[in-house]
Design a protein around this ligand. Structure first.
Ligand code: BG6
Length: 519
């Protein structure tokens, strides 16, 4: 069993609710539910959703009564679907697939073929859900998970509504939507409008899997549960902040989607802007979904719009050419399967962002992300101002490096503080030393497990609200439009796979007398 150092999960009923523990943390076990997955034979369902559901059930964080209904356009019998999902779970847990757990889980797994465009199909879906609700006593709690391509979001959402399935009769009805949430401000607004026709905001769970990473959630704990850093967390003491999300992976088999998206839609509009918001937001009065989401939206509203003249001062884009990742030779983006040979899709971007408010006035945030870079690394680094008066300046031969605080989000999760210390000897000699905290690799919930549980418990903290999605698109859409126009010169490919990105990216902070932290 893949239970790592899982503590004994206990079943305790407090105030009618059931709880279990995981690494000394108490987790509420959700009530019964019927979860319908649209696109159940697709990649996302097989790699993420089904393995997460299987594991939650295996570690007993699921209730006794639940049903999972897979739907898709593919004709498939129920037993063929169960076999396909079994292979997916085995692939996700190659070393600890457990036959008994699978038997228990798969007995609650069903499949119906669905035509997303046809309302009769959804009437049949309604009948199936109603019968599962009876046979599994799921108390009318329904979750709809859209794991389909964005091109069918609209018919699926509308048909759920038309079939009367979005109404909350006995229990709750929630809908989970994966990114991309639109491809610009116009499409994001119209997707929100379509959702609002059938669902209220309280029922909508816009997923950003970065928000569910333990280390990302820890940004708020670190900032607001400790008193020593928050007084320094502003323009008086901070020189600048860097956010890096670097990947070694290339586009893999996702060219169909990525060619139309590019790195700014794929990583910045969602994950990186969420990291920016968590780093820059004001403390909410209470740790509650709406208050936290209010504060994040205030950050987005304060981001200075990107100047469309002199764009090179605030943005650099790139696309990877062939190169080496470790010892392996890899092809360039344009040679990847499904990518056009003259593709101008950016796989790297670096941005300089200012937040025009009292706390951050004048403090640049340098953001960068790209595929096929030298390392997989997600990190937020806070670069403090130098000491105001360097009394050692005459005695020292070198400049003293200012303090840096790094929040390492993945891999090697942890927090480090770089500061100066005297090195032994009679001369005045200093060197930067490191105070380091590393998260132990403990057994915990992964991002998909976390969001599924939260959705079942009705906690929207880790999901994006409609105004948050629209504000980030409003900021990025004009910039993306400009970069995609013919007048913006692209000299792609402009960085080698396995490097730290295009040379021009180094200029972004260098023009301000700063430099990127090593990847
Ligand atoms: C996804 C992007 O949202 O995040 C992918 O679509 C990217 O392109 C992935 O690879 C990165 O996520 P993680 O969790 O591996 O950092």
């Amino acid at each position: 069993m893949h239970n790592g150092n899982l503590e004994k999960v206990f079943d305790e009923i407090i105030g009618g609710k059931q709880y279990g523990t995981l690494n000394s943390c108490t987790i509420e076990i959700p009530g019964p539910f019927c979860l319908t997955i649209f696109g159940a034979s697709g990649d996302l369902a097989q790699r993420k959703i089904i393995p997460a559901l299987y594991r939650l059930n295996t570690i007993r964080l699921f209730p006794q009564d639940f049903a999972v209904l897979g739907t898709g356009r593919t004709e498939m019998t129920q037993s063929a679907f169960r076999e396909l999902m079994k292979d997916a779970v085995k692939a996700a847990f190659p070393d600890d697939f457990d036959r008994d757990s699978w038997r228990e889980f798969s007995a609650r797994l069903y499949y119906v073929r669905l035509d997303y465009e046809k309302s009769e199909s959804f009437r049949r879906l309604r009948e199936k859900i109603t019968s599962l609700e009876k046979s599994h006593t799921t108390e009318g709690n329904r979750i709809f998970y859209l794991a389909v391509p964005p091109s069918v979001y609209e018919p699926v959402i509308s048909n759920i509504g038309l079939a009367g399935l979005s109404r909350e009769e006995k229990g709750y009805t929630h809908i989970v939507i994966e990114k991309p949430f639109g491809r610009d401000i116009g499409s994001a607004r119209s997707l929100n409008a379509i959702l609002r026709k059938s669902f209220s905001e309280r029922q909508i769970y816009r997923m950003d899997h970065y928000l569910a990473k333990e280390t990302v959630q820890n940004i708020l704990m670190f900032r607001f549960a400790n008193s020593i850093f928050e007084p320094l967390w502003n323009r008086r003491y901070i020189d600048h902040i860097q956010i890096t999300v670097a990947e070694t992976l290339g586009v893999e088999h996702r060219a169909g989607y990525y060619e139309k998206a590019g790195v700014l839609r794929d990583m910045f509009q969602n994950h990186i802007f969420q990291l920016l918001a968590l780093t820059a937001m004001e403390p909410p009065s209470i740790f509650e979904a709406e208050r936290v989401r209010d504060e994040k939206v205030k950050v987005f509203r304060s981001v200075r719009p990107f100047p469309l003249k002199g764009i090179d001062d605030v943005v650099v884009i790139g696309q990877y050419g062939e190169g080496k990742i470790g010892k392996e030779r890899v092809v360039g983006y344009r040679e990847e399967p499904g990518v056009m040979s003259h593709s101008e899709t950016p796989t790297f971007a670096a941005l300089k962002v200012f937040i025009d408010n009292w706390r951050w006035n004048g403090v640049p945030f340098y953001l960068r992300s790209g595929k096929r870079l030298t390392k997989k690394k997600a990190e937020i680094s806070v670069h403090f101002k130098p000491a105001p008066h360097l009394m050692f300046a005459r005695a020292l031969e070198e400049d003293i490096e200012p303090n840096t605080l790094a929040l390492r989000l993945q891999p090697d999760e942890g927090i480090s503080l770089h500061f100066q210390a005297k090195t032994p000897g009679s001369r005045i000699c200093m060197s930067p030393v490191l105070m380091d905290f590393s998260y132990k690799k403990v057994f915990s919930l992964n991002d998909y497990e976390r969001v599924l549980l939260d959705c079942m418990q009705g906690d929207q903290m880790l999901f994006v609200r409609s105004d948050g999605a629209e504000e980030t698109w409003a900021l990025l859409s004009p910039l993306i439009e400009k970069l995609e126009s013919d007048i913006y010169p692209k000299d792609f490919p402009n960085y080698e796979a396995g490097s730290s990105g295009p040379d021009a990216a180094a200029l972004l902070p260098r023009k301000d007398g700063r430099s990127w932290r090593a990847m």
